[in-house]
Design a binder for this molecule. Sequence first.
Ligand code: AMP
Ligand code: ZN
Length: 116
Amino acid sequence: MKISENCLFCAIIAGKIPSTKVYEDEYVFAFRDINPQAPTHILVVPKEHIGSMDEVNSENSVFAAKIFEVIPKIAAQKGLANGYRVISNCGPDACQTVHHLHFHILGGTQLADRMA
Ligand code: AMP
Ligand code: ZN
């Protein structure tokens, strides 16, 4: 499993920085966003360090596949039966601030109809 020194989310996955974990398996870690933008705001990340969507490739795409299997399970567990939004910010134009691939699950309210 590749991890990165000085990566915030690698440190969270390793338990070196505390988080409110909502899910963990061999491939995937999920925790509450520290600055929630909706009543439910969860970050779903691969346990391997992948910098962003731009770094998903045929060697590491199993992590992306596992994340997409887990997202509906977390949504159901958190009671998001009326819907939710999944976002991954990639690069400066998308305002990516943490350079470890992550998917935001946002829900628990009626979200804005525009995404940007
Ligand atoms: P992005 O802007 O898409 O890169 O999202 C990074 C997200 O990480 C933001 O929504 C932050 O609120 C969140 N975040 C930053 N530090 C932490 C932390 N220590 N624990 C949980 N979430 C964090
Ligand atoms: Zn990382």
